[in-house]
Write a protein that binds this ligand. Sequence first.
Ligand code: BTN
Length: 246
Amino acid sequence: EGQNVITLQRTPSTNEFLKKELSKSTPLAEGTVIMAVDQYAGRGQKDAIWHSEPGKNLTFSLLLTPTFLNPKHQFHLTVAISLAVAQWLEALLKTPVKIKWPNDIYIGDKKIGGILIENILAGKTWKSAIVGIGINVNQTVFPDPISKQVTSIKQILHNDSNIPKLLAELCNHIGHAYQALKKESFDTLLATYRKRLYRFGETHPFLVDGVKVTGALAGVTEAGRLQIDFEGHVVDFDIKEIAFVI
Ligand code: BTN
């Protein structure tokens, strides 16, 4: 929570920047935040790109060392971070904010933020977790393939927000959630996460290995696999196996 924010004017990706810093000999303190004004080659999950207009949005990476977590329980960190981001945004915007499994941040059917957590392990022990977060803040025009699928804080509040102030508030919120993760039972946290899932309980088409199938989003397992109910037959999937059809 001790806020140690380093702001870079221009960098390809804050996750990449942190990763490179970690390979150097001088260790960085847990809680270090790298924020980019212009992140020009941002990355998302499944090799996606993360687009952000310079100076308009939150694009940052937070360094954590979650040694208290069993490395098998990486999903616990995903749950804690995505819940913290969603709860913070919901309080700010006063409108429902959902988590599209595993960790996209949605308002209605539009994406407002994304999270890319990269866990670095040495054998079976933690070195660090790079928590990359992108939130659309003051950008209102988006490039064509995504223009109708995304939204921003400005599109909801209709005015500009102060980016450094939002960054400080959000990091503070995440800091509390991270401390709570050390004490709380994961069952409680997972139950809260499930309730916030985008399309929870709803029946929709999904793409399974590229094939369209229809089922109801039934939940998420403790290990973070998505459970789909096909007329009473529940199957769970990994992120690489299933995609939403939006
Ligand atoms: C996703 O939507 O799949 C995740 C997007 C994550 C974007 C953030 S922006 C800061 C950090 N640096 C990156 O290159 N990506 C993350």
